[in-house]
Design a protein around this ligand. Structure first.
Ligand code: SF4
Ligand code: F3S
Length: 269
């Protein structure tokens, strides 16, 4: 049998903490090694590349030229748009220009993490850099968003491997989120939900209700407004309740622009 060519991936970093790449480094199904050695061809990634400087910038351009219309573009981090984007530059080019350039001939575009999806922490008011998510910059393109702070690597891998396997994107919601991962509210699948329904709430961290694992709504839980699959998937295949509510902290709506620690900033104006 002829080996299938691994799909090329160009990966850009803007304003962020590298949380999405960090979360991917800890994935086990598949592991990062399987992903980048067997399933995709990672052509350019600013934090995983062994090379640096003008050599990798030239490699990026050569790959985008050779793979026109065939590469997957992953964007991690928000994109500063104020003052022509001067607040984030890579190899002398603004992140804004790098995003527009790479998006032009991409087969598909994935915004990984809340910053890339809707601005995230860098877009917090007063947002002097005009940080915005990829959908706000690439208004005429379909941008798949995988929000979360950090995002769940399984949501990213499931989406990318769907694209690699079927050659098309999975069904998306109105914000570009894959429905298979973001189709339900946290509150719908949360295992503290019986306590919510019965009116049993923790009212202070460390109180009786908190120790007993009761509902965290009165501590500010945003689960009723946040779409994500954290309760059923948890994080990094660890099981054992490894996700915010599982360890006794309210959901703060990390994956939902306008609900959690920030508001969506899609405007370039
Ligand atoms: Fe809903 Fe949050 Fe209570 Fe879970 S902890 S039942 S998501 S309000
Ligand atoms: Fe984020 Fe809430 Fe899940 S804070 S990780 S969406 S439980």
């Amino acid at each position: 049998a002829t080996a299938r060519k691994r799909p090329p991936v160009i990966w850009l970093h803007g304003q962020e903490c590298t949380g999405p790449s960090e979360t991917l480094l800890r994935s086990e199904q598949p592991s990062l090694e399987t992903l980048i050695l067997d399933l995709i061809s990672l052509e350019y990634h600013q934090t995983l590349d062994a090379g640096a400087g003008h050599i990798v910038e030239e490699q990026k351009r050569a790959s985008m030229e050779a793979n026109k219309g065939k590469y997957l573009l992953v964007i991690e981090g928000s994109i500063p748009t104020a003052d022509n984007g001067i607040y984030c530059k890579i190899g002398g080019q603004t992140m804004l220009d790098a995003t527009l350039e790479a998006a032009e001939h991409a087969a598909a575009i994935v915004a990984f993490g809340s910053c890339a999806s809707w601005g995230g922490v860098p877009s917090a008011g007063p947002n002097p850099t005009g940080a915005t998510g990829a959908p706000g910059v690439l208004k005429d393109k379909t941008v798949v968003t995988i929000p979360g702070c950090p995002p769940n690597p399984a949501n990213f891998l499931g989406t990318v491997l769907y694209f690699v396997t079927y050659g098309k994107l999975p069904p998306l919601d109105s914000q570009g989120r894959p429905k298979w991962a973001y189709g339900r509210l946290i509150h719908e699948n949360c295992y503290r939900r019986p306590h919510f329904d019965a009116g049993r709430f923790a009212t202070q961290f460390g109180d009786e209700g908190h120790k007993k694992g009761w509902c965290l709504y009165k501590l500010g839980c945003k689960g009723p407004e946040t779409y994500n699959n954290c309760p059923s998937l948890e994080f990094n295949n660890l099981g054992g309740g490894v996700w915010p509510i599982g360890v006794g902290h309210p959901c703060f709506g990390c994956s939902e622009g306008g609900v959690g620690f920030n508001k969506p900033l899609f405007s370039l104006a």
